[in-house]
Ligand binder design. Sequence first.
Ligand code: NAD
Length: 256
Amino acid sequence: MLNGKTALVTGSTSGIGLGIALELAKQGANIILNGFGDHTGPKAEVEALGVKVGYSGADMSKPAEIAAMIAYADAEFGGVDILVNNAGIQYVAPIEEFPIEKWDSIIAINLSAAFHATRLVIPGMRAKNWGRVISIASAHGLVGSAQKVAYVAAKHGIVGMTKVVALETAQTGITVNAICPGWVHTPLVQKQIEDRAAAEKMTVEQATKELLQEKEPSLQFTTVEQLGGLAVFMCSPAADNIRGVAWAADGGWTAQ
Ligand code: NAD
């Protein structure tokens, strides 16, 4: 379905980004990976699906590096047809103890990076009159949780930005939407589970159960494959007129 298209997935050396990259590649999309840590393993995994795979090590907190990544995509892949704004980090503390540099880096990576990548790919998408911008927000783009001031502010910002860019492209073949996952069992969440287990002197299994019980009525994690499947749907013709939505995939978290 996506043969001949190129998808740039930010923060795709791990977790949700890699899961989405794999599902898009299964549909034939060429993939540009981005993120820190080892990228050779993830690159080989996507390449095994028979598509062309590139990699950019751009630090998403740095606008100049984001611009260089988009220039690389233009030069090597003929542009970005599908942009998945996924790179993100978390930090947990009450506002009066929240380090200023953590606020700045969460806003830069979880929000401003999506602004920069999106503004740079829209002209190419307009020229082709086709494009998909899918931003991975969160249930925290729709509701708050204590101790996550920067993350919740950034994710609400993503949902707002999604609506605006969807309106600005409403009469084109470009759609702009957000996906709002609940808990997904990735390294980002594993750290929160381990911190909770240590703080409350319980096992990791008990901490995992409590984490789900607190927010997610299904008591199940959403999987990266499910999120990849949702991204694939958003790239399909059935989603041609879905614009500006913040689509919850959260086991009922925000239905409460
Ligand atoms: P993860 O830690 O497994 O992956 C994060 C990715 O972002 C990695 O590839 C990492 O290298 C990359 N990254 C981090 N900082 C970067 C930077 N400055 N520049 C470039 N890449 C950078 O996390 P995840 O759980 O897969 O999260 C992915 C996205 O999904 C995030 O935006 C997160 O907020 C969102 N999300 C996660 C959950 C969850 O439960 N895991 C729920 C809702 C939303």
